[in-house]
Design a protein around this ligand. Structure first.
Ligand code: WQD
Length: 342
């Protein structure tokens, strides 16, 4: 029997590339599309090297009906995992139209192509940012979504609503995975996160400070009502996160019955403060991360962590890799990532 075929949009990005590796490991065939606006062909090389498979890649803009249509005509997909989106929170505040146009258009175009070619299964890349600052922690999937704190967050909320309504109106099956804070890299250090310019996220910034590329980390606020005064997040290892997509695809392809829309939190369930993360990085990697305390960053919430029990129950998924392992892989990747793959 032919293997099941999965289209991965945003397939050369941070989460897309790790998901490709895990899907192939689980016995799926994958096709990667990406416009390379925030990633490079190095990810394709890395995926091929890790898996030993000449994974097909097509440079496509997912907002372009014709380009994407060609891909849907060339292959017969069993499911789509849609990652392709802009994700820089700060940039979304400065250029909201760019974010609304791209992130919503690309989902609509993917759904229209799926409809036109009779594909009914989609896994969507959502974010814990849809919860805003919740009233109670940890958050469950039924916790209310608060007003988004950025246009980026708003696009994730809107995309979730588009999926909910489309699933309700026809025979679409959709699973939205709400990621907490993805960190780390594949243990091979052949793929990982490639931030362009100054990293906005904590772990890539710490890694660059440890590598001497930046002089110090600014910790945004030490006066939060948390045990050590710094903000708390739920840091989820990228390989664990990638595996959650395999579980979601397994589920959606196994369940042949009904259209539905489901949401799952993908996190560890453990809050970690900025200071705790910095010190763990130093200890695990035997490096120093000089830091200073800076004012709070606009739009940041005090604390956010998951109740991941629904994913455990329904998807059979839970986080396996420790913070120690994630931060070791992040450091290994930082040291390797400037070395070309041969
Ligand atoms: C984590 C903590 C910062 C940088 C964002 C998006 C979210 C998701 C992941 C996906 C916070 C602090 C950070 C620094 C710091 N997006 N920090 N100094 O803000 O929780 O989530 O990324 O694409 O949707 O909102 O992640 O890594 O930016 O910050 O002190 O230089 O580290 O204040 O408390 P965040 P982050």
């Amino acid at each position: 029997m032919d293997k099941l075929q999965i289209l991965i949009t945003g397939g050369t990005g941070y989460i897309g590339s790790h998901t490709a590796v895990e899907l192939i490991g689980a016995g799926y065939d994958v096709v990667l599309v990406d416009n390379l606006s925030n990633s490079s062909l190095k990810a394709v090389q890395g995926i091929r090297k890790i898996t030993g498979i000449e994974v097909p890649f097509v440079q496509v803009n997912c907002t372009d009906n014709e380009q994407l249509g060609n891909v849907f005509r060339q292959w017969q997909f069993d499911a789509v995992i849609h990652f392709a989106a802009f994700k820089a929170v700060g940039e979304s505040v400065a250029e909201p139209l760019k974010y609304y146009r791209n992130n919503i258009d690309s989902l609509l175009t993917v759904l229209e192509q799926m409809q036109a070619t009779g594909i009914h299964n989609i896994v969507f890349s959502s974010s814990a940012t849809v919860y805003g600052q919740p009233d109670a922690l940890p958050v469950t999937e039924t916790s209310p979504r608060k007003p988004a704190t950025s246009p980026y967050g708003a696009t994730k909320q809107i995309c979730e609503d588009i999926l909910r309504d489309t699933a309700a109106s026809n025979n679409l099956k959709a699973i939205a995975l709400r990621y907490f804070n993805p960190i780390g890299a594949h243990p091979s250090a052949l793929i990982g996160e490639e931030p362009h310019g100054v990293p906005g996220n904590l772990v890539p910034f710490i890694a660059q400070v440890a590598a001497g590329q930046r002089s110090e980390l600014s910790i945004f606020g030490d006066d939060y009502p948390t045990p050590d005064g710094t903000a708390q997040r739920d840091y989820i290892d990228i390989v664990d996160l990638a595996r959650a997509h395999v579980c979601a695809v397994d589920r959606i392809l196994k369940d042949t019955q009904k259209p539905y829309y489901e949401i799952f939190n993908i996190g560890t369930g453990r809050p970690v403060s900025v200071l705790e993360l910095v010190h763990t990085f130093e200890r695990m990697n035997n490096v120093e991360v000089p830091y200073l305390i800076a004012p709070r960053r606009t739009g940041d919430v005090t604390a956010l962590w998951a109740d991941p029990s629904l994913a455990a129950r329904e998807l059979g998924w839970h986080a396996e890799r420790s913070l120690d392992q994630s931060l070791q892989s992040a450091w290994l990747w930082e040291q390797q990532r400037t070395v070309p793959i041969t």
